[in-house]
Design a protein around this ligand. Structure first.
Ligand SMILES: Nc1ncnc2c1ncn2[C@@H]1O[C@H](COP(=O)(O)OP(=O)(O)OP(=O)(O)O)[C@@H](O)[C@H]1O
Ligand SMILES: [Mg+2]
Length: 242
């Protein structure tokens, strides 16, 4: 028996776990994960666990620069309204993390197992790629996946491999999210990557619904205070959660 793995499994047992992931970096996973959590938190207590140990950005999005406290129940997440937030950034502070491949899985299992997350719904902000984080998550829990991509050819081609892997692994992919599809201007809609037909085709092939999110230039003003953002992106995310 691996005690850390058992602890992590026990911690998430019976909970709804939504993993926001992509094989591609910088496509909006952390943003979408935060907006899912903020929307759901209007109805129920919700937690975010940031599994991006190297590029952790959830705390940055929420403007948190403190360290987690510890209680007899584990490491205590931060509370922002009804959202509990747990990240390795709350352990190491403003320092980088470097791990060997063999250490990685243990650290990830410890994060999942030691975080005192009690909420019924847990959103996991995943790092880009298909490395140890994905394997660890799969060992611990069977999540629902929201798979994020840009509607660009390069992004969709990369994300397709992750989708194949998830389907082969019998992991439920709830939605494919085509982020930054269009920008509203007074002259009409602009599609920076062209019309998102390739994402539609990927969704259709596997019977998975595709959601289209806009570019919101306002979002940048809310870096560090995403909890105050109530713009179009949050509204669009709300629509596909209901
Ligand atoms: N729909 C959007 N409109 C405008 N800006 C966006 C949108 N989605 C994401 N962004 C911006 O794009 C950048 C990357 O977003 P984010 O950090 O959420 O991506 P990520 O996929 O989590 O990246 P990483 O792979 O590094 O974890 C951020 O600056 C974010 O504010
Ligand atoms: Mg991220």
């Amino acid at each position: 028996m691996n005690p850390l793995l058992e602890l992590a499994r026990e911690r998430l047992r019976g909970k709804r776990v939504i993993a926001v992931m992509s094989a591609k970096g910088g496509v909006g996973k952390s943003t979408v994960a935060s907006l899912i959590a903020l929307n759901l938190s209007e109805r129920q207590n919700t937690a975010i666990i940031d599994l991006d140990i190297y590029g952790n950005s959830t705390l940055k999005l929420f403007g948190i620069s403190k360290l987690h406290g510890v209680s007899k129940n584990g490491i205590e997440p931060f509370k922002v309204g009804n959202v509990s937030i747990f990240s390795i950034g709350g352990i190491v502070g403003d320092r980088y993390v470097v791990l060997t491949g063999s250490e990685e899985g243990n650290v990830l299992e410890s994060l999942l197992g030691l975080s005192n997350v009690n909420e019924e719904t847990v959103i996991i902000d995943m790092p880009p790629g298909m490395g140890e984080e994905l394997l660890t998550l799969k060992r611990v829990v069977n999540p629902e996946v929201f798979l994020v991509t840009l509607p660009s050819k390069l992004s969709v081609m990369t994300v397709k491999h992750m989708l194949d892997y998830l389907l082969d692994s019998k992991i439920e992919v709830k939605r494919i999210i085509a982020n930054m599809c269009y920008l509203k201007t007074p002259e009409g809609l602009i599609y920076p990557f062209g019309k998102p037909d390739i994402v539609e085709d990927l969704g259709k092939k596997h019977g998975i619904r595709v959601e289209h999110l806009p570019v919101d230039p306002e979002l940048e003003n809310f870096a560090g205070r995403i909890q105050e953002y109530s713009g179009v992106l949050k509204e669009e995310v709300r629509k596909f959660l209901s």
